[in-house]
Ligand binder design. Structure first.
Ligand SMILES: Nc1nc2c(ncn2[C@@H]2O[C@H](COP(=O)(O)OP(=O)(O)O)[C@@H](O)[C@H]2O)c(=O)[nH]1
Ligand SMILES: [Mg+2]
Length: 297
């Protein structure tokens, strides 16, 4: 018999409702990149939350989309798999927007995962009025009969996150911790660096470009005889015109991306970083099985 609980939880909800931000806030460290662009999350990222009563593994996913490319289909398959496996699914809707058809559809779709317990979260309470929060709680509560809990919270001000962790842990099966207590994610260092660079590259780009950006790492190596880590990475886009946008006038945009990325990578590796970024074109990689395989999808 075990006196601790442990298990897996994932957040679902429309894009931009704050799922990745909440993952990071619970873990207490940035394990999932965030942005206001669609499809920012492209992997199932596991963040680990240690509590006195046990361990939560938070799986942040891209969410179900209408697939427009092979990448989109693969991401949907990944999300289906996660939803079928987790112990708890937490539905998220922001306090700042009325519940709409998209929310309703997602909440209904949770019936397809009978194994998981379901909770509802009203996110972004810091940006909403008391009346909005109250209205949203009522709307969200009525979306399903079987919510184990309905919790308002803010991942930005950390409001009610302890309540959420305790509630989630209480819904988990009894069992020992699944990961060592001193790790926050099972992502590799290279994967985390690639994601930080992608987040930097997403900054300030619009339209289709966010979807077209991928990042690969050639090498991460401490430079001999110095307190410096060399990182060689590639930003992959789908067209020459996109390459020109990423690089910018006289390389100015790429320099900004590099500076922004370096600031995120340095605390992760614990040294100063020399970042070598190359922009490459992989034609239509989102639709090409071979290229997707190469990029790890
Ligand atoms: N004010 C406020 N903004 C938030 C909160 N959580 C997320 N956001 C913002 O909402 C946007 C989308 O967040 P993200 O976590 O990437 O959403 P996801 O697509 O559901 O993973 C970002 O610009 C976040 O900074 C919150 O608790 N309060
Ligand atoms: Mg996300």
């Amino acid at each position: 018999m075990s006196d601790t609980r442990s298990g897996f939880v994932t957040f679902v909800g429309r894009p931009n409702v704050g799922k990745s931000t909440l993952t990071n806030a619970l873990v207490g460290e940035k394990v999932a990149i965030t942005s206001d662009k669609p499809q920012t999350t492209r992997r199932a990222i596991r963040g680990i939350v240690n509590r006195p009563g046990g361990q939560l593994v938070v799986v942040d996913t891209p969410g179900i989309h209408r697939p427009r490319t092979l990448l989109g289909q693969r991401l949907n398959d990944l999300v289906e798999q996660v939803l079928g496996d987790v112990d708890v699914i937490a539905f998220c809707a922001p306090a700042t927007e009325k519940v709409g058809p998209g929310d309703r559809r997602i909440a209904e779709s949770l019936s397809g995962y009978p194994r998981a317990k379901k909770v509802a979260l009203v996110t972004k309470t810091d940006a909403a009025t008391r009346d909005q929060i109250a209205e949203r709680l009522v709307e969200v509560d009525s979306l399903r009969e079987d919510w184990a809990a309905v919790i308002p919270l803010s991942a930005v001000t950390n409001d009610q996150l302890d309540v959420l962790s305790d509630e989630l842990l209480a819904l988990m099966p009894e069992g020992p911790a699944l990961y060592d207590a001193d790790i926050t994610t099972d992502e590799t260092l290279e994967d985390r660096i690639a994601e930080i660079i992608r987040e930097a590259a997403l900054h300030g780009v619009r339209d289709e470009l966010p979807h077209s950006i991928a990042v690969t790492i050639d090498d991460v190596a401490p430079r001999e005889g110095s307190d410096l880590t060399d990182v060689w990475a590639n930003i992959i886009v789908e067209r020459d015109s996109q390459k020109a946008i990423i690089i910018g006038r006289k390389g100015s945009r790429l320099a900004d991306v590099g500076a922004r990325a370096r600031a995120g990578i340095e605390p992760l590796v614990g040294t100063r970083v020399y970042l070598s970024l190359h922009v490459r074109v992989a034609k239509e990689w989102q639709r090409d099985a071979k290229q997707l395989g190469r990029l790890g999808f």
